[in-house]
Design a binder for this molecule. Sequence first.
Ligand code: ADP
Ligand code: MG
Length: 698
Amino acid sequence: MKVPEIFGSLVFNDAAMKERLPKGTYKALKKTIEEGKSLDISVANVVAHSMKEWALEHGATHYTHWFQPMTGITAEKHDSFITPTEGGGVIMEFSGKELIKGEPDASSFPSGGIRATFEARGYTAWDPSSYAFIKDGSLCIPTAFCSYTGEILDKKTPLLRSMEVMNVQALRILRVLGDNETERVITTVGPEQEYFLVDKEVYKKRKDLIYCGRTLFGARPPKGQELDDHYFGTIKPRVSAYMKELDEALWKYGIYAKTKHNEVAPAQHELAPIFDSSNIATDHNQLTMATMKDIADKHGLVCLLHEKPFAGVNGSGKHNNWSMSTNTGKNLLDPSKNPRENIMFLVFLAAVIRAADDHQDLLRIAVASAGNDHRLGGNEAPPAIISMYLGDDLSEVLRSVMYNEEYTKRKDLIMETNANVLPNFVKDTSDRNRTSPFAFTGNKFEFRMVGSAENIACTNTIINTIVADALCDFADELEKIVDKDNIKAAAEELVRKTLLEHKRIIFNGDNYSEEWVAEAKKRGLLNFRSLPEALPHYTDEKNVKLFGKYGIYTDVELRSRTEIILENYSKIINIEALTALDMAKKDIVPAVTAYIRELAETISLLKGIDEDLVPVPEVELLKKLSRLLSCFINRIDELDKAVVGARDVEGVAENAMYYKESVLGAMQSLRAVADEMESNMSAKHWPYPSYGTMLFSV
Ligand code: ADP
Ligand code: MG
């Protein structure tokens, strides 16, 4: 296989367009893509025809608008290209109208009360900046999704809006600082995706994995991740075969799959692509997650994208590497050789710092999900407190700006390997801080709080908007200066003022420590431990104003989104609780009872042999299990009551909080007893594969 040949072979990309479209059409389409204008129907007709011909050659029979509703996954509804002909046959047709607009029934997608069911119409509209591709015999057309009345119902549209806002504000800064060449600024993202692989046969025996994507019961195995022997460990043949096929599939979709390795927990792995524009990176990440699942299935495996499939070992995240780039490819967060003198860099950096500090709430909200709540604040992922890591060198630069002190650049640190055969090399100026939620890593920010299953559109919409807002205020101030000779000094003063005001958000220490939680509180930083605590702040006045100012979300859209997320949270916990109850009542109780019965039979058999014999161990075990079982049954009852109690709690926010406090709590108490029983039972009687089996099944 030659990678360059298969790369993008399933994508109607620029090369395909150039080859197949008439020159004029190609130019018109390019203009549309680059300037973000809407497409003329006559152009669309020509594009649609070429696209269809190309798709047919690649074996496609259907087309679908591929969009990202508020469910978190992508949605598709497939129509075949067939059109009847007079003689009772068919021809394959696809019009410009069908390309640019779809009308899926929107009534069953979450809308947070925007769209009454009697007005169920929804529209999907082609996003020509993301290429169409073929998946499973269907031509997939990336689209945005909105309601009949124009409110957006998806995750792509706000992202596109936020990218445009960033472009406008970043260009203002570039211009005022003397850059007259740059035509566009785009935001870039490289999402590192973590996942678990388990054997399909093992998976099928776990209702919790099937219904919830995570285990609700399971005693700790003798071995977890304590030896650190899985991280970057040799990849097992079965996993390696899976990863190979996955890479190939992704390359065909034009996705730059680059890095793969084993992660910290047993059965945990990671895939990282090379970064791209936020929009493409988001579409590609959605496609990557779907492909991961598909390919796993072919290998007798199941890919778990849940943030916390297993208690006691690390969960999965998605590091969102973020930066801004000019159309000429200049990275605006590149500190260059001398960051102290690089005013452009300092202004953009200050904007990110201000944004993160002013909008800690939004960054936390961006990553809130029922699954991710299990991760954030545990000793593996960043805490729920937002802070930024800048590293020693950059902190030194900023200190010098803040206090008008001299900056002495650290000399290149030469790493001496002290072994003749190994070369000595220059060390990176910043070390890594793996505990920071928002870390500067050389020329980009790595936002580490994102959950593995989440659509990164929301996160990036928020990062783009809050940074654009800071840039906008900066531009307002700098544009006022009449004497252009004073701009640099004024910009530096602006950076200085911003840093002094927002330095509390910078923390280079250990984010996992208890001391940090106390320190952060002293600094007045927010600490929303869970989704129900964080989400109601989405619609705080400051946020309604912010999103309204830049046309990202209207008041109605923001409220509906908040409602959808809160409701979704409650639904997820409800499903988990019902699953736990089902497992407890139908499987666990009968299994323990059967084992107790076997013990009782053994005891009576032993007594039959010798009436005076006291079978102490069997009796003790029986008593212990019987005690646990009775406790377990009480806790089933408590969870049952907790679930029923949710019906009486009104208000989506209150309901979500109730699920967190009462239902999740009751589930945890139930689990504790089940795990204790599992530890004391024969493996033969326990109705589910153990943690050991699941984690070491592949
Ligand atoms: P790690 O954090 O694992 O050491 P790497 O340095 O390999 O990671 O980079 C992680 C991700 O960051 C990759 O997806 C990479 O493409 C992405 N990345 C690198 N530069 C940028 C950038 N300017 N903007 C966005 N993402 C970037
Ligand atoms: Mg990383």
